[in-house]
Design a protein around this ligand. Sequence first.
Ligand code: F3S
Length: 283
Amino acid sequence: MEVIVAEHAGFCFGVTKAVDTVYDQIRDKKTNIYTFGPIIHNETVVGDLEKKGVKVIENIEDLSGIKEGTVIIRSHGVTKQIHEMLTNSGLEVIDATCPFVKRIHRIVEEESGKGKGIIVVGSGNHPEVEGIVSYATGPVFVIDSPQMAEQMRADKETEYTVVSQTTFNKNKFQETIEILNNYGYNINIVNTICNATDERQSEAEEISSKVDAMIVIGGAHSSNSRKLYEICSRRCENTYFIQTLEDLHLNLDKSATLVGITAGASTPKNIIEEVQNYVRTNF
Ligand code: F3S
């Protein structure tokens, strides 16, 4: 079987940096290493870190029982309040928030400080969006679709700065912006969709339109992986969403000659290689 693996599959720059940060702490023989939330949406990686003694703090309440150690903030960041609480906790804090997410925090804080309203295009319950929203000091709206943009009731006299969650789908972002424009909102758009996502999504779109089957590898809770699946299944009916090779039950027509593989930002390279080798040699 011929297999095409997307060049932009797997760990992006920000996730690589966050995961490496944790492994660096282990290598430096630090004790009491914590991550604030799982470092990435990948059970294999989180399980490996757990075996090496890294514990996950789920929320700020968990902090109260911890007297010493190092807390690592993951790539999609935390809210301003949590950041302050961590800094004041007396623990060592290593901030592995991706610089592209930090840039959105800065934009929101500055624009909001100038009295502008903020519109965040993204999923309201995603920790990255919760973090972004927390930097606003004035009115802030979160919308995750053109439909939500239609339902939004905001003051038309106010000037708004629009930003997006880094992993948001670029076409859906454009459609949402069009609606906001049509409704006559005074908006200034800063497209903060990360290039890694953009490249990964465009490549997935291109590959899935020419293959007989498409495999998307990603964590069940990873929103960027689910978006990749959405994009691919629109172009290729035979699209599979798997977490590891064990989940793959590939069903191919006799005439199939080409299989495509892509993976979300939190999928390690070795899992992608495993799936690729399996498909190449068994079909
Ligand atoms: Fe950063 Fe983009 Fe990855 S924002 S965490 S490099 S998807």
